[in-house]
Design a binder for this molecule. Structure first.
Ligand code: AMP
Length: 394
């Protein structure tokens, strides 16, 4: 009888899920992908099968589905209806923070949960929801094995020099260090390069994960040596609603001169800045690209400028650049943003191939280009399913 792995990615008001069947040859096939969103406001579920066909669209009142545990019950009943007769072998979770030491996924135990809770102050907006999803599963099926896969783990190969901030050293020891995020996405890309782009897999590669959250990772031989995100997912590139890297003196100024509270600053930095704040129109790159407004153009130009600037820094960390890889919502889908980035990055030796860029790659640089450019779709859920399969010995 086939076994299945459930992958969960819990946010503050959403629970994304994927169900993978483990085939006889150990291959993983997605049989359902979807999410419950609007928890606390207008809860609803949307799901598609492995071929992208819609299989469910449901909505509830807040009294019917108000939290992750109730959302999980709805996912479980969908799972039963889609996966008759199979065995749910385990659940893999995206957990944003694995702290300073975890460089690999972890089989969840009561002791591990206690430790993961100590990382809540490092990621207060994400970690509690990730752990709530683990607890919700424990409540209904306490014996079901669960695996925590960390967004920080892939970056633990970085040198201490790269992870330091210039604060007194005791702050580093207390956990204030550059962790880096989007690690599951980068790990998936690193695992795909030997098949998709074997000539660069062992080389000096910068991967640009450009989604509503955005970051870049410098990889050498498939290992992380540098990242644009740091202590939190606020650092680095301009994002949908986050400003990315900025002078920490701005936070002091907002506190001391403008009288903003810590909560107001958190709101400003996580929800009101980035593409949304600069354009005044929205955080969706598609909307900005279609707009004639001057500030939409300004926001796009600044987004691209910051990518190019970070590319220069990460290329310096790598001691040169063999390839730039685009991934995630904007990186995979926007011909225009890839074109703007590659044109600005002409200094690196990238020569864009407009035809393959328009058709989506995978190689989007000309054959003779000194540095190549690529589009590689990411799949964080599949990475989590692979880790779960491996840890459970399936
Ligand atoms: P992600 O967080 O990886 O799911 O990426 C989501 C973001 O990708 C959305 O906010 C959109 O701004 C962006 N996106 C998706 N499709 C396109 C597209 N065709 N062109 C530009 N941006 C896109």
């Amino acid at each position: 009888m086939a076994s299945a792995i459930l992958v969960l990615n819990a946010g503050s008001s959403s629970l994304k899920f994927s169900i993978f069947e483990v085939a006889a040859d150990r291959d993983l096939h997605a049989v359902a992908v979807g999410q419950v969103e609007g928890l606390g406001t207008a809860p609803r579920l949307k799901a598609r099968d492995g071929n992208g066909q819609r299989i469910a669209e449901l909505q509830w009142s807040n009294s019917e589905v108000s939290n992750h545990a109730q959302a999980l019950q709805q996912i479980a009943s969908l799972l039963r209806s889609r996966f008759h007769g199979g065995i749910l072998a385990g659940v893999g979770h995206r957990v944003v923070h694995g702290g300073p030491d975890y460089s690999a996924p972890l089989l969840v135990s009561p002791q591990a949960m206690q430790q993961l809770e100590t990382f809540i102050p490092l990621a207060p907006l994400h970690q509690p929801h990730n752990l709530a999803a683990i607890r919700a599963v424990q409540e209904v099926q306490p014996d079901l094995p669960q695996v925590a896969c960390f967004d920080t783990a892939f970056h633990r190969t970085q040198d201490r020099v790269a992870q330091l901030y210039g604060l007194p050293y005791e702050y580093y020891e207390r956990g204030i260090r550059r962790y880096g995020f989007h690690g599951l996405s980068y790990e998936y890309i690193a695992s795909s390069l030997p098949q998709i782009a074997p000539e660069i897999a062992d080389g000096r590669v910068v991967v640009a994960h450009l989604g509503s959250g955005a970051s870049m990772c410098a990889m050498h031989g498939g290992r992380s040596v540098g990242s644009s995100m740091g202590f939190t997912a606020l650092d680095g590139l301009l994002m949908g609603t986050r400003p990315g890297n900025m002078d920490p003196g701005i936070v002091l100024y907002l506190l001391q001169q403008e009288g903003l509270s810590a909560k107001q600053i958190e709101d400003l930095l996580y929800k009101k800045s980035g593409l949304l704040g600069l354009s005044g129109i929205g955080n969706d790159m598609r909307v900005l690209l279609a707009s004639d407004e001057t500030r939409a153009r300004l926001a796009i130009d600044h987004f691209v400028y910051r990518i190019n600037r970070e590319l220069g820094a990460l290329a310096a960390v790598l001691g040169g650049l063999d390839a730039l890889v685009f991934t995630a919502g904007i990186g995979e889908n926007s011909t225009r943003i890839r074109e703007l980035v590659c044109r600005q990055a002409a200094w690196s030796g990238i020569e864009l191939d407009s035809a393959t860029n328009a058709s989506g790659g995978p190689r989007i640089s000309l054959a003779g280009s000194r540095t190549s450019a690529w589009v590689v779709p990411t799949n964080e859920e599949l990475m989590i399913a692979r880790h779960t399969r491996q840890l459970l010995g399936l």
